[in-house]
Design a protein around this ligand. Structure first.
Ligand code: NAP
Length: 472
C-alpha cells in the first residue's frame, strides 16, 4: 500500500530535523494512515484451536484507516517505530478475551472514549516518534518533541489512583484496552504517557523499551514491587526475554545477584556477557514440575532448588521474578528463601496457578502482584535509559506490514529480547536527528548480535539482527 503524499511530507519533515513546533502545526494531517489491526468480525476465527495453533499472521491486518481526532489532554504522535509485546500476541489470538470487549466497555465513559469503539482495533503498546498535535490542556509537551510512549492510559479522575495511578478504576493499557495504539503511522495517546526519547537510541531501540522496561522497574526497583537491594539473590525466569532482559540489568545495577533461567546455550552465553554468573539452562536440565496426572512433581522441585544451591553455595533466592505462570509458579514459591518474595505480572503458560501453600505460609514468603507501572515509575525507567544505565535488548526488526510475522515469532518464543517494528521510519538504524550518535556497552551489543544471528539463521533464515553500529 503506498504511503500518501501528506504522510510523506510529514515523514520528510521529521527526517530533516529542521521543523520547529509551528512547522508541525502548519503541516496538513493526512486523512488516512496505515495501521495493524484486528477485526471484530474475526474474533471467533480460532475457535476450537489450541493457543499455540492460533496464528497472528492470520488475524493481524495492515489496514488503511482514518487518522483519529485528538482530544483534550491528548497528543497525536507520528510513530517512527513500535515493537511487539506479548500483549500483541494476546490481542492477535483473542485470548484470554477479545480486546473489543475493552473498547466497548470504555466507550460508555465519555464521547471521547466512544471514538475507540470501532470494528477494527489498532493494537501496539510501545512507540517512539514525534508529536504532531496536542489537544487542549497539554502543557509539558509540544509539537515537534521527540518522545517515547509508555502504555499506562489513565486520566486520574477518581481518588483511588492518586497514590499510584495503576490503582485508578479506569486505568487501561494503551493499544490493548484502547484503540489507536503504536503499530500504526499515527497514534493517539494521553499526554501523561509521553516521555523524552533517549537521544542516543535509534527509533526502533527507543520503541522497544517502554512497556517491558517500566514493568521490570516496578517489579524490582519500586517500593510498589520488591525494592531489591545490594546482595539480594534474584531468580529471573526468561532472563533474556522481553521482561527478563530488563530485570537482569536492574538486578546487576542494584549490586544484587541474578540467577538466570533460560532455554538455550546461546542465551546462557548472552547472560554471561551481560554480567551474570549463575545461569540455568532449563531445557538442558529438562525440568518436569508437573506429573502426567496434573499433580506437582516434588522431586523435580527439589532438583531445581538443589541446582540453585549448587550455584549460590547454599543460598536461596530473596526474590523470584515470575511471569511464565502455571508451569513455573509452584517452583517459584518452593525455591524462594524463608521471608522471600515472588513478584508476578503474568501467566503466559496459564493463569490458574497451583502451589503447595505450606511452603509459603510456614516460611513467611510473600507473593506480590504487579501490573505495568505508574507515570513516575515509567519516567524513572526511561530516565535510566537516557542516562545509559539501562540498554535496549533488540534482536530483530520488521517492517509494519510484517507485524504478524513478528508477533508469530514472539508467540513461539523464537526471539531474543524484543522485536522492533518500523512504522514511519524508512529503515532501521536511524538515530534522532542531531544526536551525537549511538552508544551502548560494546560487548553486550556484539554478543547480542551474534546470538540473534545464530537464532535467526536457525529459525527463519531471513530476519535482520538489530543494526547496532559497528563503532558501538
Ligand atoms: N502485567 C504486565 O504489566 C506485563 C508487562 C509485560 C509483559 N507481561 C506478560 O509477561 C509475559 C512475558 O512477557 P515478555 O515480554 O517477557 O515475553 P517474552 O519476550 O516472550 O519472554 C518470556 C520468556 O519466558 C520464558 N519462558 C517461556 N515459556 C516458559 C516456560 N514454560 N517456563 C519457563 N520460562 C518460560 C522464555 O525464556 P526461555 O525460553 O529462555 O526460558 C521467554 O524468553 C507475557 O505473558 C506478557 O503478556 C505482563
Amino acid at each position: 500500500m503506498p504511503v500518501s503524499d501528506a504522510m510523506n511530507t510529514l515523514r520528510d519533515a521529521i527526517l530533516s530535523g529542521k521543523a520547529g513546533p509551528e512547522d508541525y502545526v502548519g503541516l496538513p494531517l493526512p486523512e488516512s494512515m496505515l495501521a495493524i489491526a484486528t477485526h471484530r468480525d474475526e474474533v471467533t476465527m480460532f475457535e476450537g484451536l489450541e493457543s499455540h495453533e492460533k496464528d497472528p499472521r492470520r488475524s493481524l491486518h495492515l489496514d488503511e484507516v482514518p487518522v483519529p481526532e485528538v482530544g483534550p489532554n491528548e497528543a497525536l504522535v507520528a510513530v517512527m517505530a513500535s515493537s511487539i509485546n506479548f500483549n500483541t500476541v494476546w490481542s492477535a489470538i483473542f485470548e484470554p478475551v477479545p480486546t473489543f470487549q475493552f473498547l466497548q466497555r470504555a466507550a460508555k465513559r465519555s464521547p471521547w472514549d466512544k471514538r475507540h469503539d470501532l470494528p477494527y482495533h489498532i493494537i501496539g503498546s510501545d512507540g517512539a516518534g514525534v508529536i504532531l498535535r496536542v489537544g487542549p490542556g497539554v502543557t509539558l509537551f509540544k509539537p515537534g518533541d521527540e518522545v517515547t510512549i509508555h502504555c499506562n492510559y489513565v486520566d486520574m479522575q477518581a481518588p483511588d489512583g492518586h497514590d499510584d495511578s495503576m490503582l485508578d478504576p479506569d486505568q487501561r493499557i494503551w493499544g490493548f484496552e484502547t484503540n489507536f495504539g503504536g503499530l500504526a503511522e499515527i497514534a493517539v495517546v494521553r499526554a501523561n504517557q509521553l516521555m523524552p526519547k533517549p537521544s542516543h537510541l535509534t527509533w526502533e531501540e527507543a520503541a522497544s523499551m517502554p512497556l517491558v522496561n517500566s514493568t521490570a522497574y516496578r517489579m524490582l526497583v519500586s517500593h510498589n514491587g520488591t525494592h531489591i537491594k545490594q546482595g539480594d539473590i534474584v531468580l529471573i525466569w526468561g532472563a533474556v526475554g522481553g521482561l527478563g532482559g530488563f530485570a537482569l540489568q536492574y538486578v546487576l545495577n542494584a549490586g544484587a545477584f541474578p540467577i538466570c533461567v533460560v532455554s538455550s546455550q546461546d542465551k546462557v552465553k548472552l547472560c554471561e556477557t551481560i554480567g551474570a554468573r549463575w545461569m540455568i539452562d532449563r531445557r538442558a536440565e529438562g525440568y518436569q514440575f508437573w506429573n502426567a496426572d496434573g499433580s506437582q512433581n516434588v522431586r523435580e522441585l527439589r532438583r531445581f532448588g538443589q541446582k540453585i544451591r549448587e550455584l549460590t553455595k547454599g543460598e536461596d533466592p530473596d526474590v523470584v521474578y515470575e511471569h511464565p505462570g502455571h508451569e513455573t509458579f509452584a517452583a517459584s514459591v518452593f525455591v524462594a528463601r524463608p521471608g522471600g518474595q515472588v513478584v508476578t505480572c503474568a501467566s503466559t503458560t496459564g493463569y490458574n496457578h497451583e502451589y503447595d501453600n505450606r511452603y509459603l505460609w510456614m516460611n513467611k514468603k510473600r507473593i506480590i502482584g504487579s501490573h505495568f507501572a505508574n507515570y513516575r515509575e515509567a519516567w524513572e525507567a526511561n530516565r535510566l535509559v537516557c542516562k545509559r544505565a539501562i540498554h535496549p535488548l533488540l534482536s530483530e526488526i520488521y517492517p509494519l506490514a510484517e507485524a504478524g510475522e513478528a508477533a508469530y515469532r514472539v508467540h513461539h518464543n523464537l526471539q531474543i529480547g524484543k522485536i522492533g517494528v518500523l512504522c514511519l521510519a524508512p529503515r532501521d538504524g536511524l538515530v534522532s536527528f542531531g544526536s551525537g550518535g549511538t552508544y551502548c556497552v560494546a560487548s553486550v551489543r556484539r554478543a547480542w548480535q551474534r546470538a540473534s544471528r545464530r537464532s535467526c539463521a536457525r529459525d527463519r533464515g531471513s530476519c535482520r539482527p538489530a543494526a547496532w553500529p559497528a563503532s558501538a
